[in-house]
Design a protein around this ligand. Structure first.
Ligand code: MEV
Length: 438
């Protein structure tokens, strides 16, 4: 039975590492040495990382890469990506190059509305609650004046508060459904602070509302929290070109376009395929979201809810052929920030934003959507032509070689050998054994 501990968070870092290593690992000395090996050599930088979360022991590396040659609305980008999956960056770069020579990517913002809700229980007459809400509306807005002041200076703030009757779903359940504009901030703190103040004001005003009975005065707030579902914070990214330009052999071009159309149709019709199809989109989306210090869990939750908005989980990307032109596009709900949060704290995030030429949140939405679209195009391109394993295993080869502990010289020979041979774990192992024998 492994040990439990009281007051772990109060121990210093060395004590935490020692306790963990001694109680949960077979070689405590090795564990502590490994944790220390991944500390930043500059104590000030390490401190920055330590303070992001509680109980930090070390750092967890992910590769930070860049996919160059993206042209979006006529502007060139090298897109930073943080991701562990081999072939994602290579695929993005390939798609960037392909579309770069066919007019590049277009992207536009269709909306930037964020949402938050105060969930509460009211037992009484709905008509009276509605009157109370109408009377209280200006006071609710006024009560967040201190919180919204600086956001308003930047052009953001509370956009609307409405009362929603949800008693069909749960007896007594109502919401204040609130919408916000948060400009270049993702806005979670701003929204949650406003909502908590709305909840407080709502309860205070109800307590002294003359038309309410004693029971009606006791509004029970269950919770106040932003929603990561942002169906009106949407970006559209697209590419298009004449079908004939999709391939240098025009008969192949038309067959390729048809296959792409079929692949999209299947992802629209079949949830098992749609999930994997969209996972490929998120390979690109998450990698940029992570590199730019944004909340990928929020993005994931919101995007998948959006993919199911019509009642069935479906494709996030779309394609059509009109008058000989192939169109391929995506619409994504993305609540992103380029100020606040990690953006001014994490040195690599700051670098990622600099590489992207200090984008506004709207520009970042466009870049992320393009990364998702590019990734999906690259995946479908492989799937409907050579199959995914060829490119994937080529990239995976290095991981296998590293796992087997090959030295640099062996690595070179193995890479050369597998240019002509099919990659598999057992195949690489056998080839390495052969090399060593000879
Ligand atoms: C792998 O990470 C992503 C793909 O499976 C996406 C897809 O099937 O479209 C290749």
């Amino acid at each position: 039975m492994k040990a439990l501990i009281e007051g772990f968070s109060k121990l210093d870092k060395t004590e935490k590492m020692t306790w963990l290593a001694e109680n949960y690992t077979s070689n405590p000395e090795k564990t502590v040495a490994l944790l220390q090996k991944y500390w930043n050599s500059d104590p000030a930088t390490q401190k920055v990382h330590d303070e992001f979360i509680e109980n930090t022991l070390s750092n967890y590396y992910l590769p930070f890469a860049v996919a160059p040659n993206f042209t979006i609305n006529g502007k060139n980008y090298a897109i930073p990506m943080a991701i562990e999956e081999s072939s994602v960056v290579a695929a993005a770069s390939k798609a960037a190059k392909f579309w770069g020579s066919r007019g590049g990517f277009k992207a536009e913002i269709l909306g930037t509305e964020k949402v938050g809700q105060v969930h509460f229980i009211f037992h009484g007459e709905t008509a009276k609650l509605e009157r109370f809400f109408e009377d209280s509306h200006p006071k609710l807005l006024k009560s967040v004046g201190d919180i919204t002041q600086s956001m308003e200076k930047r052009g953001g703030g509370v956009r609307s508060i409405s009362l929603r009757d949800k008693t069909q779903e749960i007896p007594g359940y109502f919401q204040l459904h609130c919408t916000f504009e948060t400009k270049d901030a993702m806005g979670a703190n701003f929204i949650n602070s406003c909502l908590e103040q709305f909840a407080k004001t709502l309860q205070e005003l109800a307590e002294s509302y003359p038309d309410f009975s004693e029971t009606e005065r006791q509004i029970e707030v269950v919770m106040s929290i932003l929603s990561n579902y942002v169906p009106n914070c949407i970006v559209k990214a697209s590419v298009s070109c004449p079908v004939k330009d999709l391939h240098n052999n025009s008969s192949k071009a038309s067959a390729f376009a048809q296959k792409m159309m079929q692949a999209i149709a299947i992802a629209k019709a079949e949830p098992y395929r749609a999930v994997t199809h969209n996972k490929g989109v998120m390979n690109g989306v998450d990698a940029v979201v992570l590199a730019t210090g944004n909340d990928f869990r929020a993005v994931e939750a919101g995007v998948h809810a959006y993919a199911a908005k019509d009642g069935t989980y479906s494709s996030l990307t779309h394609a059509s052929i009109e008058d000989g032109i192939f169109h391929f596009w995506i619409e994504l709900p993305l609540a992103l920030g380029t100020v606040g949060g990690l953006t001014s704290l994490h040195p690599m995030v700051k670098l990622a934003l600099e590489i992207l030429q200090h984008p506004t949140a709207e520009e970042l939405m466009q870049i992320v959507a393009v990364a998702g679209l590019a990734q999906n195009f690259a995946a479908l391109n492989s799937l409907v032509t050579t199959g995914i394993q060829k490119g994937h295993m080529k990239m995976h080869l290095l991981n296998i070689i590293n796992q087997l502990g090959a030295n640099d010289d062996e690595k070179k020979q193995l890479v050369a050998h597998f240019e002509q041979n099919t990659v598999s774990v057992s195949g690489v192992k056998a080839a390495l054994d052969n090399l060593r024998k000879s």
